[in-house]
Ligand binder design. Structure first.
Ligand code: NAP
Length: 462
């Protein structure tokens, strides 16, 4: 009987994995992304439920308690989290995955240290999982504003960090060599310290890349733990962990490289260059910030050959997306073509702007990536920047700026640029924006929702 049960369980795991793959595929397009999330959730539920009938599994009550507490906490936080706080929630959930992988590694080492294969895989999983949980927690604290988001650079950090990592791995090797679990305490302590030291010199603007890489690492740690479990009595569950972990590891790595590319940086530069540690000095910006009234902007827009809207974090905070849709519809009904320029790191999470604009019912064919639309700004009468700052900062073209090299939306090339923001607030990177001082740029001050509301009223009155 147990053979049949085992085959049936394997078959269900294969089905779960196929649903995971379908979910990932659906996540590659905004139109099908919701379905992708649903598939992934169903696959995870199937995998968890079938694990309960794995022969040899014990401690049901304890496992059910853990699943219950974790499930309820995750469900509650995901329901109440604001869209703008999504990156820190991802960092937190991802850190939990890394912590779970490190904990599985620890349990395997404590119970099967004499099995060299299991122990080696567990050490590898524990190294990656421990760095991932400590690093993700620092990312969470920085994004939540509970720790300065600026890069914190300690003296001789490269030497100290390398030393800590070498000693940590050394304790892992000593554990494998001596089969003495006593060395696990300094092993884990130094790995957690390394995760912290690795992440504190990274500035806030690079955090999306960091979270994505830790997410990939968590997947790899889970896969390594899966390999270790395959050799134990719960082998079947191990296969599921290997495949799910590798899917996360592979897709997370691809996302990391894509995001680094969007910021024109290499992943090693993000981790080791302490970007944003020093404020740019000596760069004085010529010109002044010039306010403008909503009625003047409305007139300008009504006679424009085309309007390009550039949404950013401020639009998300103000929840202005529905008003923005109304504005776009009204202008189009008056014969003004409207396009949306989407920067890959606008807002606070990958795809943030796409999600908000889709929620408001703006059709996908009006959304254009940076590469697709940048050349159009020069032939556009009006670019309307709504709560975006860093992603339109021409300082990115200036050597010495903390943003140097980040590909931006070249809105400054439009004939007229209107920027909606509340005041003199800086962007996430914390540096001044040259754009706001340009001759062709005017500031429509106010909360994004209120300001777009005024534009609507002015257009309707014209
Ligand atoms: P940003 O540079 O953070 O600037 C947002 C601007 O919105 C601020 O200058 C602020 O100025 C304004 N603002 C805030 N609340 C507002 C409101 N209620 N109404 C109107 N304006 C408001 O935003 P961004 O241009 O979208 O750039 C995103 C930044 O976040 C990048 O540096 C990126 O690297 C980083 N990041 C991105 C992600 C991601 O995955 N997308 C994740 C984490 C970090 P006032 O205070 O003057 O209003």
């Amino acid at each position: 009987m147990s053979d049949y049960v085992s085959y049936a369980i394997d078959a269900v795991y294969v089905v779960a994995v196929l649903i995971f793959v379908l979910g990932l595929k659906a996540l590659s397009s905004p139109q099908t992304a919701r379905r992708g999330i649903l598939y992934a959730g169903v696959a995870m539920l199937v995998a968890v439920v079938v694990t309960f009938i794995t022969p040899g599994l014990s401690n049901f009550a304890l496992i059910a308690l853990g699943v219950g507490i974790g499930g309820l906490a995750g469900w509650y936080w995901a329901r109440v989290v604001k869209m703008t706080a999504m990156p820190q929630m991802v960092a937190m959930f991802n850190g939990m995955g890394g912590g779970a992988a490190a904990a599985i590694g620890a349990v395997e080492l404590l119970t099967s240290v004499s099995d060299r294969v299991v122990a080696s895989l567990s050490v590898a999983g524990a190294i990656i999982g421990s760095i991932s949980i400590a690093g993700s927690m620092i990312a969470f604290l920085k994004l939540q504003g509970w720790m300065p988001s600026k890069a914190i650079v300690l003296p001789a950090r490269q030497v100290v960090n390398t030393g800590v990592l070498v000693f940590a791995v050394g304790f892992g090797v000593v554990t494998l060599w001596t089969l003495n679990t006593f060395w696990l305490t300094p092993f884990f302590a130094l790995l957690l310290l390394y995760g912290v030291l690795l992440t504190i010199p990274i500035g806030g603007a690079d955090m999306p890349v960091v979270i994505s890489l830790f997410n990939a690492l968590t997947g790899i740690a889970v896969a390594l733990d899966g390999f270790a479990l395959v050799n134990g009595p719960l082998g079947d569950a191990g296969y599921a962990m290997v495949i799910a972990g590798m899917l996360v590891g592979a897709s997370g790595s691809l996302l990391t490289f894509l995001m680094a590319k969007a910021m024109n940086r290499s992943v090693s530069n993000v981790f080791f260059a302490a970007f944003g540690a020093t404020e740019e000095t000596g760069a004085t910006i010529a010109g002044s910030m010039k306010p403008i009234e909503a009625t003047d902007v409305a007139a300008m827009m009504e006679y424009a050959n085309q309007l390009i809207i550039v949404p950013g974090y401020g639009m998300a905070v103000a929840q202005a997306q529905s008003k923005v849709k109304e504005l776009a519809d009204l202008l189009e009904s008056k014969g003004v073509p409207v396009k949306f320029a989407i920067h890959p790191v606008a807002g606070r999470m990958p795809g943030h702007m796409n999600v908000l604009l889709a929620e408001a019912g703006i059709s996908y064919d009006k959304l254009f990536d940076r590469d697709e639309i940048n050349a159009e700004f020069a032939n556009t009468d009006v670019a309307l920047v709504i709560g975006a700052n860093d992603v339109v900062n021409p300082a990115a073209h200036r050597e010495g700026s903390a943003l140097f090299g980040m590909p931006i939306l070249d809105v400054e090339q439009a004939k007229n640029v209107i920027v909606i923001k509340r005041g003199q607030g800086k962007g996430f990177a914390g540096i001044e924006n040259d754009l706001f001082y340009r001759d062709n740029c005017h500031m429509l001050y106010g909360d994004a929702q209120a300001a777009v509301g005024k534009l609507l009223a002015a257009l309707k009155a014209q």
